[in-house]
Design a protein around this ligand. Structure first.
Ligand SMILES: C[C@@H](O)[C@H](N)C(=O)O
Ligand SMILES: C[C@@H](O)[C@H](N)C(=O)O
Lengths: 159, 159
């Protein structure tokens, strides 16, 4: 399994925004990203889970650190239309990704990554995956520790 | 913007599981995927958002439809260790992805996708993105309608 992880990528230039308590009904997601697109805000990750309790869910996305203030402003200007209950913005995150091929058996690779971070007490704030990547957001202060832990876990050259 | 979307992919062979109310603390994610990996369950998407209200969040992931029952069984066998408050399983989803290149300006591409679905009253249950893909989970019954709507929205040949 270790052989199919080809590398670790990371980006400190990420800031996350969460719109808390958006309605889980058609048109809500489009309504959020329309104004951001109009404002030329580039969005990297978008993560939204199901509405598991009431009919609301949270929408989290990341932007470049320099775009955080502008993105927050756009959303706040649209608050009455968007009807979120809270906005959480956080520039203090790093996105770390495990990159691999043939990650169909993601469960093992993902568990390996999550375990390596947990062993060092690093909390995983957001998870998003694709066939070639398992990406997490963690607190930026843990960047170096996390990268060392992951390089060791996957047997990749540290530095 | 339309020119950078190269295609639409979809998979009906997806079933989703959500562990509701898992603790947002180190070790929880590893604890969930360990037993699944041991049970040889292949996991495709993993989506986890921040814990926005109390110190809990939800963990959603997808497996092949044939693996749904087995994955649920494994998690239920581990319930006391995993301490989730609820397990929601749903075989009735389709994963649809917009594939592109240079999707740095995701906001516009994502908004275009979300709007096309919204116009047809299709609710987006889960969103997860990477640099080359915007993926959503919607109810499987909407597969054909969604694919037609997206092909039209992106000017791709329908069928
Ligand atoms: C929450 C948001 O994704 C909503 N379900 C929509 O379809 O737009
Ligand atoms: C929820 C889960 O991701 C937890 N934060 C962990 O680090 O394992």
């Amino acid at each position: 399994e270790k052989s199919i992880v080809s590398g670790i990528a990371y980006s400190r230039d990420e800031a996350k925004i969460t719109l808390v308590g958006v309605m889980d009904q058609p048109g809500v997601a489009a309504g959020i990203f329309g104004p951001l697109a109009d404002g030329n805000i580039n969005v990297d990750m978008i993560v939204q889970n199901i509405s598991s309790k009431d009919n609301t869910t949270d929408m989290t996305f990341t932007v470049a650190s320099d775009d955080l203030a502008g993105a927050v402003k756009i959303l706040e200007n649209n608050k009455s239309a968007l009807r979120y209950s809270d906005l959480i913005s956080d520039g203090d995150v790093v996105k770390i990704s495990i990159i691999g091929v043939g990650m169909r058996s993601n469960a093992g690779i993902a568990q390996h990554m999550f375990h390596a971070l947990a062993e060092h007490g690093i909390n995983i704030q957001v998870i998003s995956t694709s066939e070639i990547k398992v990406s997490v957001l963690i607190a930026e202060d843990y960047t170096e520790l996390a990268l060392r832990a992951l390089h060791t876990a996957y047997g990749l050259d540290a530095d």
